[in-house]
Ligand binder design. Structure first.
Ligand code: FES
Length: 75
């Protein structure tokens, strides 16, 4: 089953870095031909903005995520 990466697209997470994070994930998936294995979904603000930018991988929340951390998280 495909892994699911949920990227918070609420204004706080978006402004704090999830735009860059989203672009990184898309690029990573493309570079590694993982289109069929990883599904990206966007979410609205879940009122946990203090943890932002937030990324949720298969239900596990990662807080204050930077692009530098993302490769490790995705792997
Ligand atoms: S904007 Fe992401 S939790 Fe509020």
């Amino acid at each position: 089953m495909a892994k699911e990466i949920k990227v918070c697209m609420g204004s706080a997470c978006f402004a704090k870095g999830n735009l860059d994070n989203l672009n990184f994930i898309k690029q990573y998936i493309e570079n590694n031909n993982l289109e069929s294995e990883i599904k990206i979904i966007g979410s609205l603000c879940e009122n946990k903005c203090e943890n932002g930018p937030r990324i949720i991988v298969d239900g596990v929340e990662y807080k204050n995520v930077t692009t530098e951390q993302l490769e490790g998280i995705i792997k």
